[in-house]
Design a protein around this ligand. Sequence first.
Ligand code: AKB
Length: 315
Amino acid sequence: MKKIIVTGALGQIGSELIEKLRSEYGAENVLATDIRKPDGATSGPFELLDVTDGKQMLELAKKFGADTIMHMAALLSAKAEENPLFAWNLNMGGLMNALEVAREMDMQFFTPSSIGAFGPSTPKQNTPQDTLQRPTTMYGVNKVAGELLCDYYYHKFGIDTRGVRFPGLISYVAQPGGGTTDYAVDIYYKAIEEGKYTSFIAEGTYMDMMYMPDALQAIVDLMEADPSKLVHRNAFNVTAMSFEPSQIAASIQKCIPDFQMAYEVDPVRQAIANSWPDNIDPSAAIEEWGFKANYDLDAMTEDMLAKLKKKLKAS
Ligand code: AKB
């Protein structure tokens, strides 16, 4: 990874990934791209890019002399359910374009899959790396197809494709927007702003989660991993914790004792959550490239509340 082009660079993962990559590989060596312009000044090169425009993606990658592409642009689960055809075109069209750019320029390639790639018939507890994948959402269908496509580009064309299945990602920098696990981000904002939160996910619904610093480190570690050790290459299960809404509320109450939690379940996002695993098994990632998460629920809550308080005060 010497010259990296990132799509979806203003999204939830992208906006922090860019800063991490720039601090490790040099600001001038990381090209951020997105369909919209950044609000303020940028910390390095930026280009507008619609990922459904494969020609422009290739031109930008060539002009920049990129040797690595990180394809982050995608519509999340709840948004994809609202507009499945658009989701298919964006998620699959963007991925195909990015894989084609990687093939044409023989680049290293990263894209995230998700716990959304699993479905109701997948074992719910300690979900294995290799298991049944029959998702019932458009997002899940996109993610399974994406995992297979990345494997295909590796086997057929020898492209160095790598990827993880991310759980819900929690961060104080950029809001996720359109996901099922978003409640676990919203709750921290509302805890600080209003001292209470109404969860759209029902009590007792377990989902895997991870704090953003662990997610970013996982991306870098996987991309830097010795390829001869990678048996799976794509779609490694990674997770740091699994909790249900009342547990994150209890964690917040340790810092904000008066915090109140209520429930008003959104049937669409609840159905998506019900179709996903309770907790997945990350042992293949641990064994093949040393995956490690540093934050558990309480450590994340403490850091998240402290950083978010500062951010909200400044805005
Ligand atoms: C979503 O909720 O859609 C995402 C995901 C788990 O992929 N956060």
